[in-house]
Design a protein around this ligand. Structure first.
Ligand code: ARG
Length: 473
């Protein structure tokens, strides 16, 4: 019997089927089910990584003599052509072929014949898709880190310009104590520093190779997983095959880290919205980030910060979706996992564009220093400084707090600020008060006195900026 005549190569057995797994089925899959189960509509964006993974896998199969080196050459050349077709937009994605993996494999087989059919030796779509997603997410994480850095630099520049610009600091959204605008911005730089660290850490767990796990149990071929890991730039292999094909922790972690970035940006957005409203009038957001109203001609709406605030909810939704997707899934791979992609992709897309636009927007912020200063000098922002002044003169702080509260009440009744009260009046509250109290009641005096690491004194803001810049080098 010649090779061609073997029962395994009969027309009926192999050439009539339209998918790679339909041999055991008696009827075709229903059209609606095909649409329902197909992922090619969204997982085709993994194509580049699918091809990278396939090339690395085939090279390993060749090196281990599981397939011939001629087959490896044919596979590499075929996949290179397919990559070109995809990049040129000429690749025809077929729903019938379910997902990115089967589409590419079928095209490869059409091009190079049996060598293409050997590519899937010792591999399953289960470890293949996990590998593709990890490769994609690793590249995406690097883009996110670059985006975070760009935004930090933008905030640092603005903080530097305003290292001594006075503004009211708030608690309960009520004027609390004077701070510098630079100090306020540096609070966000700190948040972003932690965000960067979270992505760096998450990347370590992304960067492990699932291939070799095959469907779930490993494979009987003499594979070399370390070789594939090295070729693909992974730090190592996933150490349990069942876990390798079913773990999506790394995707959840990424989405959590993204959610926290969005949390931070939603807070800044809320402040930008408040500060740019005419009631505050602390800042102006460049027109290119705002829109007008179709009915109220006077309006300039801070659409970008509002959308960032809104899109934060969208990303949280993706995090909830992914956590819920994994909850209660038995080992190992389940088709549920196909649902990981759209939330993950949309998280990354939303985050990346948000970071990009935010970095630009912060460069388009102009500050109304007079209004900020005016707001800081209203509302008794230096009352704590007066209490501290009295405590330093020997009065127990609790008593000082009480007596200043009385002075504030008096000033409220007279509709003046503490610094407007004449010395004689202040001395009615505490006889020990002397002339030097006015230095303490000024905004600059208050700011400069908070001169320790983490404090709002302009000198400390400059030092904080310098520390971050050095650490970023
Ligand atoms: N499209 C699938 C996914 O995204 C690929 C893995 C399919 N594996 C399977 N046994 N059906 O998860």
């Amino acid at each position: 019997m010649t090779h061609k005549e073997s029962p395994l190569h009969k027309e009926s057995a192999l050439n009539k089927k339209d998918t790679s797994w339909s041999g055991r089925f008696n009827e075709p899959v229903a059209e609606l089910v095909k649409k329902y189960t197909a992922s090619v509509g969204f997982d085709q964006r993994l194509a580049v990584f699918d091809i990278q993974g396939s090339i690395a896998h085939s090279q390993m199969l060749g090196a281990q003599k599981i397939i011939s080196l001629d087959d490896v050459k044919a596979i590499e050349a075929g996949l290179a052509e397919i990559l070109q077709e995809i990049e040129a937009g000429q690749f025809e994605w077929l729903l019938d072929l379910e997902d990115v993996h089967l589409n590419i494999e079928k095209r490869l087989t059409d091009k190079i014949g049996d060598a293409g059919k050997r590519l899937h030796t010792g591999r399953s779509r289960n470890d293949q898709v996990a590998t593709d997603v990890r490769l994609w997410l690793r590249a995406t994480t690097d883009q996110v880190s670059a985006g975070l850095t760009k935004l930090q630099l933008s905030l640092l520049d603005l903080a530097e310009t305003h290292f001594d610009t006075v503004m009211p600091g708030f608690t309960h959204l009520q004027v609390a104590q004077p701070v510098t605008f630079g100090h306020h911005l540096m609070a966000y730089v700190e948040m972003l520093k932690r965000d960067v660290a979270r992505f760096v850490d998450c990347r370590k767990r992304i960067n492990r190779l699932p291939l070799g796990a095959a469907a779930l149990a490993g494979t009987s071929y003499p594979i070399d997983r370390e070789m594939v890991a090295k070729t693909l730039g992974f730090d190592g292999v996933c150490e349990n095959s069942l876990d390798a094909v079913s773990d999506r922790d790394f995707a959840i972690e990424f989405t959590f880290a993204a959610s926290l970035v969005m949390t931070h940006l939603s807070r800044l957005s809320e402040e930008l919205i408040l500060w740019s409203s005419p009631r505050f009038a602390f800042i102006d957001i460049a027109d290119r980030f705002c829109t007008g109203s179709s009915i109220m001609p006077q309006k300039k709406n801070p659409d970008v910060p509002e959308l960032v605030r809104g899109k934060t909810g969208r990303v949280y939704g993706h995090l909830t979706a992914l956590l819920t997707l994994m909850k209660g899934q038995p080992l190992a791979y389940n088709k549920d996992n196909q649902e990981d992609k759209e939330p993950l992709f949309d998280t990354a897309d939303t985050l990346l564009v948000t970071l990009e636009i935010y970095a630009d927007m912060m460069r388009g912020i102009t500050v109304n220093k007079e209004n900020m200063r005016q707001a800081a000098s209203e509302g008794f922002a230096t009352a704590t400084d007066l209490a501290d002044y009295l405590a330093k003169k020997g009065m127990p702080f609790r008593d000082a707090h009480e007596v200043v509260a009385l002075a504030v009440r008096y000033a409220v009744d007279k509709n003046v600020e503490l610094s407007d009260l004449p010395l004689a009046t202040l001395q009615q509250f505490v006889p020990e008060i002397s002339d030097d109290v006015y230095a303490v009641l000024t905004l600059e005096g208050s700011l400069n006195s908070r001169n320790h690491i983490g404090g709002t004194a302009p000198a400390q803001v400059q030092a904080a900026i310098a520390r971050v810049r050095t650490a970023m080098k």
